[in-house]
Design a protein. Structure first.
Length: 140
């Protein structure tokens, strides 16, 4: 029996890439979440405290983490180590966002500083999306 496919019927959507953004700048996290989710390919959870980053990662199970380097309640490097120590999180890409280096410095090192992926703030949304796409694969 042949079943016709209704082109007007909603089509299943591919799973969205789950991104955890940890940054103490609430305006930045809110705006970034809004812009990324508007793309329709991303699900974004934000956290504004470094000390809560690992708990947020454990609960959310992100495909990628965007992590500020300098925050009032903790160091981004320590937050990254805490996230990496969680079961199943060892290979999740972590992209550090920082205002402490310039874009030219990041570009000169192909986005790697000390073996870590970095982006200089402020980050253009198009550049952030390109970086996310480079370092993730959609869930299946």
């Amino acid at each position: 029996m042949n079943q016709a496919i209704d082109p007007a019927a909603p089509q299943p959507q591919p799973p969205r890439i789950r991104i955890l953004m940890v940054d103490d700048e609430e305006k930045l996290t809110r705006l970034t979440k809004l812009n990324l989710e508007r793309e329709g390919r991303y699900e974004v959870r934000t956290e504004n405290r470094a000390q809560a980053a690992a708990a947020a990662a454990r609960a959310f199970q992100p495909d990628l983490v965007l992590l500020d380097v300098v925050m009032p309640d903790g160091d981004g490097g320590q937050a990254a180590a805490d996230i990496r120590a969680l079961p199943g999180m060892q290979n999740v890409p972590i992209i550090f966002l920082t205002a402490t280096v310039k874009s030219a410095e990041v570009d000169a090192h192909a986005g790697l500083i000390g073996g870590q992926h970095f982006m200089a703030k402020p980050v253009k949304i198009e550049d952030l999306i390109a970086c996310i796409e480079k370092h993730t694969r959609p869930r299946t």
